[in-house]
Design a protein around this ligand. Structure first.
Ligand SMILES: CC(C)(COP(=O)(O)OP(=O)(O)OC[C@H]1O[C@@H](n2cnc3c(N)ncnc32)[C@H](O)[C@@H]1OP(=O)(O)O)[C@@H](O)C(=O)NCCC(=O)NCCS
Length: 195
């Protein structure tokens, strides 16, 4: 039986004999490139996580236009419920640098972040005629869910994940008590594409 959270919404977590497991949802048909009209909702979604740095609406507008092909959003029932913003660093065009990943709390644990990351990487590789792609992201040591997301991605694609120091806390906003942001490097992902 599905549990309900405090807002009376359906929870993706299902109680089963011996524990609690996740109910995976098929997200493919809800995924698309962002567009300019998503920018406000993108900022609001990031803001609602309470843990990510919130950028200006203008920044999300640039991501949703100039970087739309390397970013992805999920929309269900008219609501933006997930996003990944990413781009190709000019000096490393073979890399997809994932900037922010956010999933609205109500649908966490249903495989949305994993589905967005898989679809985005496939889309970018299809556009590049199957060329190998390496995913990079900086992840604070304390962000367990994010580390689990990228670790699971590396396992699904059968590629190594390495980590090295990158942005030290001293480079980040001193007033927000930031952790270090070491960089994860996952890939290269080079398997033949299915279509
Ligand atoms: C991190 C976040 C995007 C994950 O989204 P999600 O849709 O719930 O993730 P998924 O259901 O696709 O799970 C992906 C993997 O992470 C694991 N995972 C997700 N949430 C987890 C949690 N709270 N604790 C441990 N593992 C977790 C899942 O088990 C899954 O692992 P698998 O691939 O080995 O099965 C979401 O929790 C979020 O928006 N957090 C706030 C913002 C944030 O921290 N973003 C990441 C930094 S950019």
């Amino acid at each position: 039986m599905n549990a309900s959270n405090t807002h009376g919404l359906q929870s993706p977590w299902t109680t089963v004999p011996g524990g609690v497991t996740r109910q995976h949802v098929s997200w493919e048909r809800h995924l698309r490139c962002p567009s300019s009209t998503d920018a406000v909702a993108m900022r609001q979604l990031v803001d609602a996580t309470g843990v990510l740095d919130v950028n200006s609406t203008y920044a999300y507008l640039l991501l949703a236009t100039d970087f739309a092909k390397s970013s992805i959003v999920a929309e269900r029932d008219g609501e933006l419920c997930g996003l990944i913003t990413a781009y190709h660093p000019p000096e490393r065009p073979e890399v997809l640098f994932v900037w922010q990943v956010a999933v609205t709390e109500r649908v966490r644990g249903t495989g949305l972040a994993a589905a967005m990351l898989d679809e985005l990487v496939n889309r970018v590789r299809r556009a590049r005629h199957g060329h190998p792609l390496t995913v990079e992201a900086t992840v604070a040591p304390g962000n367990g869910p994010s580390r689990a997301l990228f670790g699971g991605f590396a396992r699904r694609h059968g590629v190594p994940m390495t980590e090295r120091p990158y942005f030290g806390a001293e480079l980040l906003d001193p007033e927000s008590d930031h952790e270090d942001e070491p960089i994860l490097r996952i890939g290269p992902i080079a398997a033949a594409l299915s279509d």
